[in-house]
Design a protein around this ligand. Structure first.
Ligand code: AMP
Ligand code: ZN
Length: 112
């Protein structure tokens, strides 16, 4: 999508601190980290949020979880949290599907 921040990051049009890339997805460090390690994994194709995942596009979500496991292992993360916010009330600020991967500090439950 032409006016989407994360589409532009995935295309390299806006710079980011890349962690991983393949033909389907892109991972980069969050600009405002909420934990010692905080990166985001996004599909290269535009999907607004988990609420827009269906049979036509869910394969990339499975792939993203494989990538999360692989990158987390490469970074030596033993414990981490994966979060995706859907909609404004849940805290979604960028309307392009993304999974936060947070690690390196104690975390509370329930989340705020
Ligand atoms: P959410 O609020 O769940 O939609 O997550 C969006 C995340 O994107 C936030 O944690 C932001 O800090 C992060 N973010 C926004 N702009 C950038 C950027 N240019 N590079 C890296 N992360 C960003
Ligand atoms: Zn997008």
């Amino acid at each position: 999508m032409s006016d989407c921040l994360f589409c532009k990051i995935a295309e390299g049009e806006i710079p980011s601190n890349k962690v991983y890339e393949d033909e389907q997805c892109f991972a980069f460090y969050d600009i405002d980290p909420q934990a010692p390690t905080h990166f985001l994994v996004i599909p290269k194709g535009h999907i607004q949020s988990v609420a827009q995942v269906d049979g036509s596009n869910s394969a990339v979500v499975g792939h993203i979880f494989e990538v999360i496991a692989k990158v987390a292992a490469q970074l030596g993360l033993e414990s981490y949290r994966v979060v995706s916010n859907i909609g404004e009330q849940a805290g979604q600020s960028v309307p392009h599907l993304h999974f936060h991967v947070l690690s390196g500090r104690d975390m509370t439950w329930p989340p705020g």
